[in-house]
Design a protein around this ligand. Structure first.
Ligand code: URA
Length: 205
């Protein structure tokens, strides 16, 4: 799919999300948080749900977890402009409680479309909820995040082979600074997909 087509499809999806009333979270949201980034990115990250700052600004990961996320990206030479970033839920659960199964079921259709449009090579599942959903979607046996974080799992999908890389949610490093080292090591999984690590072609001269 060319970039123009991707942009037009993502615009249509954004418009649908903006008026979505599929679950009760629409009653308490300030803004929907559809996601953002490079529609041609090789790397897509999926988080859990917008928090207070994200709800106010309509953008993903703009609070403290976002600061951790930016440091993790920077550690492998990436910026947000080079990835696509979104969440399982597009609206904030009140008081940042966990997403309910009914809310996830109502919302993930939009994530499925985002995955199809961006068609990344690797999907970073940020935390338990994204890992659980992506494992289910790609028909993998359910697994606890603690058992699979840091692994890169290859899956066959109707739109080609993909890799799923579950990592801890960046918010954990805001409660427990020791988790930052673990997250930094998990993020090495994405390094091979960073443009900064692509070698120059040998036949350039
Ligand atoms: N946590 C998430 O999972 N997503 C956000 O956008 C912010 C915090």
């Amino acid at each position: 799919m060319d970039l123009q087509k991707k942009q037009s499809k993502m615009e249509k999806l954004r418009a649908q999300i903006a008026v979505c009333t599929r679950c009760p979270l629409h009653k308490t949201r300030t803004n929907t948080v559809p996601g953002e980034g490079d529609l041609n990115a090789d790397i897509m990250f999926v988080g859990e749900a917008p928090g207070r700052n994200e709800d106010l600004q309509g953008k993903p990961f703009v609070g403290r977890a976002g600061e951790v996320f930016d440091r993790l990206l920077d550690s492998i030479g990436l910026t947000r402009a080079q990835i696509y970033l979104c969440n399982i839920l597009k609206c904030r659960p009140p008081d940042n409680r966990n997403p309910l199964p009914s809310e996830i079921r109502a919302c993930v259709g939009s994530l499925d479309i985002q995955i199809k449009i961006v068609n990344p090579k690797i999907i970073g599942a940020l935390g338990n909820f994204a890992t659980t959903y992506l494992f289910e979607k790609f028909r993998m046996a359910p697994a606890k995040i603690s058992a699979v974080a840091g692994r890169v799992i290859e899956v066959e999908t109707p739109f080609g082979p993909k890799k799923i890389a579950p990592v801890f949610h960046p918010a954990v490093a805001t409660y427990d600074i020791h988790k930052m080292d673990i997250l930094l090591s998990h993020f090495q999984a994405f390094k091979q997909f960073c443009p900064a690590h692509e070698p120059y072609p040998e036949n350039i001269l």
